[in-house]
Design a binder for this molecule. Structure first.
Ligand code: ATP
Ligand code: MG
Length: 360
């Protein structure tokens, strides 16, 4: 609306490795979007959540990280992880997973979208045919800490780990997915379960889907078992629009989906707190890629597309769509592509090409 305050506070954390190379390209494009669409980004950069910070401080984050970051509208994140200095579980638990938990980012969202000029392992598919979202529950489900071991070290050894589904936890992720489907042309929602094999929690999820569907009569709902659903991601990716799943199934689908659309370097992801009580976090699917870091050859598109998702979350829908269109037209033109896309352009050249496409 016209009275809306269009100033957004963005915390920028580049992190490690190629994070430090792709984040500046993302900011280049966001600044161009800001000029073109007339909103204001108040950007503050932080050096924590990196191996260098860990070397200097013995921890990944400052003690007051929660108070520092809470006032921001979003966190624009590069990549964390530099295993030669900090073990991956330390860097991950000490940073991203703290944010996810404390900022109640209970939605993990990733696009599965075939882009022009990107070689995909899916045969005979054209851009436009494959364009859907994977919505993963990010806080409960199979990734619980409930369980234990019995008769440890004997041949009667038994280990148990429980799946935890709460009504609040299931309903809030379903609501997000239905709301997202509502904004889409196809208005189609697919729920992933395994109710024939996992006989208590999965039928409960199905039941909550049916209940929620009553509030969304215009949405076409279907349910798939996870096994056949993974097959259909490959065989019939054009069937899908919004796919919602529990933590474990969502984890699998949100890697499989983007893998079907080509290089890991172009895919973004978001960890969202839809109520906006806390900042949401936007990071590319790829990691810090130590093998190619420092050479200026990383593909910045995953990071730039994150900027589009962030603008969408902030309510800047036109700017979000324009950034995505600039990525698509640059890929289609094929003049400035990085090595992973078969070209010879540097990270900065591809970033600049997308910024220029946005200005046109
Ligand atoms: P993780 O954070 O999952 O441990 P990682 O940091 O070890 O991942 P990834 O970033 O996931 O590694 O990347 C795997 C490989 O894919 C890298 O070794 C790199 O060669 C390639 N890759 C990843 N991101 C990009 C990118 N943006 N541009 C080009 N190649 C990339
Ligand atoms: Mg890594």
């Amino acid at each position: 609306s016209e009275s809306q305050n269009r100033t957004y506070k963005i915390a920028v954390i580049a992190g490690d490795g190629i994070g430090k190379e792709v984040v500046p390209e993302g900011l280049k494009v966001l600044r161009r979007a800001q000029e073109k669409f007339g909103f204001t980004l108040e950007i503050e950069e932080f050096d924590f959540a990196s191996a260098e910070y860990w070397q200097g401080h013995g921890q990944m984050l400052p003690d007051d990280w929660f108070e520092l970051l809470k006032p921001f509208d979003a966190i624009y994140f590069g990549a964390v992880g530099w295993p030669s200095v900090v073990p991956d579980h330390v860097s991950l638990w000490g940073s991203l997973l703290q944010f996810r938990r404390s900022f109640d980012q209970y939605v993990n969202l990733r696009p599965v979208k075939l882009m022009p000029g990107v070689k995909s392992p899916l045969a005979d598919r054209k851009p436009g045919e494959v364009d859907f979202w994977v919505v993963r529950e990010n806080t409960e489900g199979e990734y619980s800490e409930v369980g234990g071991k019995m008769f440890e070290g004997t041949d009667r050894e038994v280990v148990i780990q429980e799946t935890v589904m709460s009504r609040t936890g299931v309903d809030r992720i379903l609501k997000f997915a239905f709301d997202l489907a509502q904004t889409r042309e196809k208005k189609h929602l697919t729920s992933a379960t395994k109710s024939n094999g996992i006989a208590i929690t999965m039928p409960y999820w199905d039941q909550r889907v049916e209940e929620m569907a009553q509030n969304y009569p215009e949405i076409d709902v279907d349910k798939f078992h996870i096994d056949i659903l993974t097959a259909n991601f490959v065989l019939h990716p054009d069937w899908f629009d919004v796919v919602v799943a529990s933590n474990l199934f969502g984890d699998i689908l949100s890697d499989l989906g983007p893998a079907c659309t080509g290089t890991i370097g172009i895919v973004p992801s978001a960890n969202i707190n839809p109520e906006r009580n806390f900042p949401s976090l936007f990071e590319p699917v790829h990691g810090s890629a130590p093998d190619i870091a420092g050479r200026g050859i990383a593909n910045p598109i995953g990071q730039i597309w994150c900027g589009s998702m962030m603008l969408d979350h902030l309510g800047e829908r036109d700017a979000a769509a324009a950034v995505l269109a600039a990525i698509e037209s640059t890929l289609a033109a094929g003049e400035y592509l990085t090595g992973d896309l078969g070209g010879t352009a540097t990270t900065a050249e591809l970033g600049t090409a997308i910024a220029e496409a946005l200005s046109r």
